[in-house]
Design a protein around this ligand. Sequence first.
Ligand SMILES: C[S@@+](CC[C@H](N)C(=O)[O-])C[C@H]1O[C@@H](n2cnc3c(N)ncnc32)[C@H](O)[C@@H]1O
Length: 339
Amino acid sequence: MHTRRSLRRVACKAQGVRTSGAEFNPLLMGAVEALFKFPPFFDAAKKNARSMIVKRYESLGGDWEGAMRDLQAQDWEARFKAVEDPAVTYPSYYTQPFHAYSKGNLCWEAALEVTMAAQSVHALVMDPRGKQLDPNGDARLRSSYSARIHENMAELGADRSGVRRIVDLGCASGLSSRELLRAFPGAEVTGVDLSPYFLAVGRYEQERREAAGGRPEALRWVHGAAESTGLAAGGADLVSMCLVAHELPVEATKAIMREAHRLLRPGGVMCIMEMNPASPVFQRIFSNPFAYTAFKSTEPWLQEYISLDMPGALREAGFAQVVTRESTPRHKTVTALKQ
Ligand SMILES: C[S@@+](CC[C@H](N)C(=O)[O-])C[C@H]1O[C@@H](n2cnc3c(N)ncnc32)[C@H](O)[C@@H]1O
């Protein structure tokens, strides 16, 4: 009789798909993938995933439906027009379903839900077993990014007190941008994103914070591609890309690294926080073809991301030194110095 382990060994003898150490039988993966491409199955899986995210958010004490009702009552079209650059063109890798939204990042549903979805999805990230729910998981994930940036910069001998101008590539509605403002008080952050929907929601949330706090935030928004921001060369002390690379084909990530290198002054750093495919948590997912394919069905570029040699790509983009630290049991922070 075959055990699961022996079946896996048999599968690995076939010419398989590599996922950072794990290797799957292409027939098995093809079958699971075909299942996820079958619309009724995909729709059911999507519904299931979404209801799990909503339920988890509510079990953390949040009111998903109530928050959505309030958000949907806002005038989004005016905000959309204020942030949208109609000249922006969307790369084909971007205009496909992501995270179980059929229009990917180019729709209101994804943008209005993003803060709650982040709190729900990240509630488990600090627990190595992925079981213990933490209502502050998202905040901890982000503050661990800041802490690792500071440690990495210290190791690289980069000037941390001189960080004044930050660019946040793939900022969405600004969760990462706000963390950068917290990590570098006195700095100004320019958030760049391809989705005018996310930027409109980010601007709305910023207006509310500014009204509540009585002072403006040093955060501005640019609608555009991270590969070609149009921002001035050498004008940034720090460029961040937080939780974006797994949504990109490898060539796009490499183009963004080259753009970050162009944006930075000598002595500036590019910082990346991402899933860590080498972590035991991801290795567990990768060793289960069904879990892996389900994950991949909402992250179309996941397999490319896993194949990326991040330090190698950063060096290829011109960065002189690269250091990596673990941020959570499943995320890493990579920092690269421009000489
Ligand atoms: C998972 S979200 C991460 C958002 C945010 N940085 C955070 O930490 O929560 C990825 C974001 O990257 C944006 N994005 C993806 N590809 C992009 C590109 N080529 N240029 C600019 N933004 C991009 C998406 O629109 C989305 O808002």
